[in-house]
Ligand binder design. Structure first.
Ligand SMILES: Cc1ncc(COP(=O)(O)O)c(C=O)c1O
Length: 401
């Protein structure tokens, strides 16, 4: 399955130094990211290696993107095969691989979501979902949930919480009503006949892997149906098997009008998607949505290969099993509780997450941060195994409370 383990040097994590930050005054990259100080040179299975040769078990997954880890043969074959055949063509022409990828996605999706519009990223998926809502309802307002992260482009940023610190557009492009997280009464009150859509992440990733309650999501569905608003579920981070179900919508037993996806959908190749049902699709006219790169052959070959591999490798079962093991064994050391769903989990710590993350790195484990300063986020490749969970639990045990 993975390609290069035989050629890699074995390293004793505790003995190796953690590599330091790469930014220098001559760095040609705009210095806008909080970097963790590591140059990654190789990936193999669920392990990554830095430029000093030090290896890390990857509980971060390139931010929930590397859903099948690194070097999965099916993905390599799909990419190479498609690149040889046809590197790019736009949506002006039909592509068999695009149709196959969409059909596979529809097969996995909650029943009733039947049409796919491919884009390139999560923000773009959400922008198009909002556009659909405004187009079909002709209403001015979106209802969003505090703590939400939907992206950095203008419309997505307008419904992303905490954006004031970095969102520089002079005004919001539409009205937004914010609802406190999981507040059912406030949600019901906010969704009215001016509402084009209510948008929510079933599990808020950036906020620290916070899952909304079933009551909240069902209230959103009911109020949207009653008022003629759309329910948009943003499953950019939790979707495509990460929740332990094909989609979190399946876990909650709710059918959204629009489902947005990106991140792990193509195993690491840039791709996003918007899914809708037949009735909504019939109201979207030619020319109302568009993209140059979205639905390109390489991305679609990788969507197809990723979805096939998730099925063949029986990844859903594994996600449920490994998630359970994490919850059973990782409330140790500084971890006082675990929140989230499937393999999007937040380890709530007694100490600042930043310190715990640094300590984990010195023990050869990479994990993620979140907007919650006490939460270490786990968003690993979905092919992570119990053996790596044992390593994580052992490392956590060594870290003081
Ligand atoms: C739930 C959610 N929606 C949207 C986005 C934006 O995706 P992208 O960075 O691909 O634009 C993210 C990114 O982290 C996300 O977690």
């Amino acid at each position: 399955m993975s390609k290069q383990s035989a050629t890699k040097p074995a390293l004793t994590p505790a003995a190796a130094a953690v590599s330091t930050a790469v930014a220098t005054p001559n760095d040609p990259l705009l210095d806008v990211f909080d970097r963790i100080g590591m140059t990654v040179t190789l990936g193999d299975g669920v392990t990554i290696e830095d430029s000093t040769g030090r290896r890390y078990v990857d509980f971060y997954g390139g931010h929930a993107v590397a859903s099948l880890g690194y070097g999965h043969q099916r993905l390599l074959d799909a990419l190479n095969g498609q690149a040889q055949r046809l590197f790019f063509q736009s949506n002006a022409v039909d592509l068999e691989v695009r149709t196959r990828a969409a059909a596979r996605l529809v097969k996995l999706a909650p029943r009733g979501l039947t049409k796919v519009f491919f884009v390139n990223s999560g923000a773009e998926a959400n922008e198009n979902a909002l556009r659909i809502a405004f187009l079909v309802t002709k209403r001015p307002k979106i209802v969003a949930v505090s703590g939400a992260f939907h992206g950095r482009t203008a419309a997505a940023a307008a419904i992303t919480d905490h954006h004031e610190t970095w969102y520089a557009f002079p005004r919001k492009p539409f009205d937004v009503t914010w609802v406190p997280f999981d507040d059912v009464a406030a949600l019901r009150a906010a969704i009215d006949h001016d509402t084009a859509a209510v948008i929510l992440e079933p599990v808020q990733g950036v906020a620290g892997a916070r899952a909304v309650s079933k009551a909240f999501i069902h209230a959103a569905r009911e109020s949207a149906t009653k008022t003629g608003a759309l329910l948009i579920l943003d499953e950019v981070q939790i979707g495509v098997c990460r929740s332990g179900q094909p989609f979190a919508a399946d876990h909650y037993g709710v059918l959204p009008d629009v489902l947005t996806l990106a991140k792990g959908i193509a195993g690491g190749f840039p791709c996003g998607a918007v899914l809708v049902g037949d009735a909504l699709a019939a109201q979207i006219k030619k020319g109302q949505l568009g993209t140059t790169f979205g639905g390109g052959p390489l991305a679609c070959a990788l969507v197809e290969a990723t979805l096939l591999a998730l099925e063949e490798d029986r990844v859903l079962e594994r996600v449920r099993r490994v998630s359970k093991r994490i919850q059973e064994t990782c409330v140790v050391g500084p971890v006082e509780s675990i929140q989230g769903l499937g393999l999007l989990l937040g380890l709530r710590c007694t100490r600042p997450a930043k310190e715990v993350l640094a300590e984990l790195r010195t023990r050869g484990i990479l994990a993620g941060s979140s907007h919650d300063p006490r939460v270490v986020r786990l968003l690993p490749p979905l092919v992570i195994e119990e053996a790596q969970v044992e390593q994580l639990a052992a490392a956590l045990k060594e870290i003081s409370r």
